[in-house]
Design a protein around this ligand. Structure first.
Ligand SMILES: C=C(OP(=O)(O)O)C(=O)O
Ligand SMILES: [Mg+2]
Length: 418
């Protein structure tokens, strides 16, 4: 037993400079865990609700702490169930999904420290053992997936498609894979500069030029090709269309700067892009309620491309079940703060795996240097970890993967991807 003795919360700031909640959990044996809630910009309608930070802190202090004190931190399932009971809604709109996810992750980290605590400096620090504490006997290293260019809700005025993503899926080791992605990020900047295009960066560190999507495809696909040749392993291109942000519900069309597309045209457009640019991954190609459109696209290109639901599934087993029944998508994006606890995150991954879906652990556009998702990705066997390419709050997760790799073997990227 590792008994919770105290819990404190504080306001800190995320990578956009917005306030967020950080929680610390203290156990009776001196162990300690700290975690912070991230925040989305292109949030799905069906996500757990994040409440304002002052409210989150007061809910924590007045409704949560008292109930969790004296509980066993190593019983994660009971802790998370208790968070649901205290909240009393089905989307954490009372205590806040931001409050619950920070508490749930901090409890897991404290428990992991308690279980792995040691005075021996030759042993990994206990906080690095979180993936072991939560995981199985054969941890797997996810391929890093990150955006090198984008727009949408993360950089209004730049591309319509939210994220042009890359992943070094041919690399033998995690550090080479991370490095490959950074080289593409640099190459994209060079190709933009050579073309006379100046730009800043979006919320997640990808370049944010004010160009048409067709130009962005030209540049990112050239960058991926050139860097693959230079490093000698395959780096592939993917997208997060974040199509809910483009969808006009009244007119029933996807609105791009230079085009409007009906749902049928959108399916054909995305299928065409998959083949033209050899895309290995497309996230949210259709809006968050279009299970049938997802199914149509998956039928067309699912044999050669990962079709991943983010806003469609919101890490929620009920929505995932509907997707499985309708053959919508063949992968799920996993964002712990969309569902609010570590246990719910695990349950979504377990269901997805049971039905052959790929699982993609993910950051949010507003992040802190909290690196918990790196551990969750390894522990729960996700094939990909989507967490950007550059920027301190993104690199924090990638560097943690490299450290975990020293423990489990840096070359544990075993999954065949398309
Ligand atoms: C990470 C994403 O962005 P946000 O956090 O803004 O939802 C996403 O859409 O996948
Ligand atoms: Mg997304």
């Amino acid at each position: 037993m590792s008994i919770i003795e105290d819990i404190i919360g504080r306001r800190i700031f995320d990578s956009r400079g917005n306030p967020t909640i950080e929680v610390e959990v203290y156990l009776d044996d001196g162990s300690f865990g700290r975690a912070a809630a991230p925040a989305g910009a292109s949030t799905g309608t069906y996500e757990a609700v994040a409440i304002p930070v002052p409210d989150a802190l007061s809910k924590l202090e007045n409704e949560v702490v008292e109930q969790l004190i004296a509980e066993d931190a190593t019983d994660q399932e009971s802790i998370d169930m208790l968070l649901h009971d205290i909240d009393g809604t089905d989307n954490f709109s009372n205590i806040g999904g931001n409050t619950s996810v920070a508490v749930s992750m901090a409890v897991a980290k404290a428990a992991s420290c308690s279980v792995y605590s040691t005075d021996d400096y030759r042993v990994e620090p206990p906080e690095r053992m979180l993936y072991r504490y939560l995981g199985n006997a054969y941890p797997r290293m996810p391929y890093p997936l990150g955006n090198v260019l984008g727009g949408g809700a993360h950089a209004p005025g730049a591309t319509d498609i939210q994220e042009f993503l890359v992943s070094s899926i041919g690399a033998d080791t995690i550090d080479d894979a991370v490095y490959g992605n950074t080289l593409v990020h640099k190459k994209v900047k060079k190709l933009l500069t050579d073309a006379g295009i100046v730009c800043g960066k979006g919320d997640e560190g990808g370049w944010a030029p004010q160009v048409k999507d067709s130009k962005a495809f030209e540049i990112t696909s050239a960058a991926v090709r050139e860097v693959s040749d230079e490093v000698g392993f395959s780096i592939r291109l993917g997208l997060d269309v974040a199509a809910s942000e483009l969808w006009d519900e009244k007119k029933k069309v996807y609105v791009y700067k230079d085009a409007k597309r009906t749902p049928a045209q959108q399916v054909d457009y995305i299928a065409g892009l998959v083949d033209k640019y050899d895309l290995f991954y497309v996230e949210d190609p259709l809006h968050e309620n279009d299970f049938d459109g997802f199914a149509e696209l998956t039928e067309k290109v699912g044999d050669r491309c990962i079709i991943c639901g983010d806003d469609l599934f919101v890490t929620n087993v009920k929505r995932l079940q509907e997707g499985i029944e309708k053959f919508a998508a063949n992968a799920i994006l996993i964002k712990p703060n969309q569902i609010g606890t570590v246990t719910d995150t695990y349950n979504a991954i377990t269901m997805a795996k049971r039905f052959g879906f790929k699982t993609v652990m993910s950051h949010r556009s507003g992040e802190t240097t909290d690196n918990t998702i790196a551990h969750l990705a390894v522990a729960f066997g996700c094939e990909l970890l989507k967490t950007g390419v550059v920027g301190g709050e993104r690199i924090a997760k990638l560097n943690e993967l490299i450290r975990i790799g020293e423990d489990i073997g840096n070359d544990r990227m075993t999954e065949d991807l398309p």
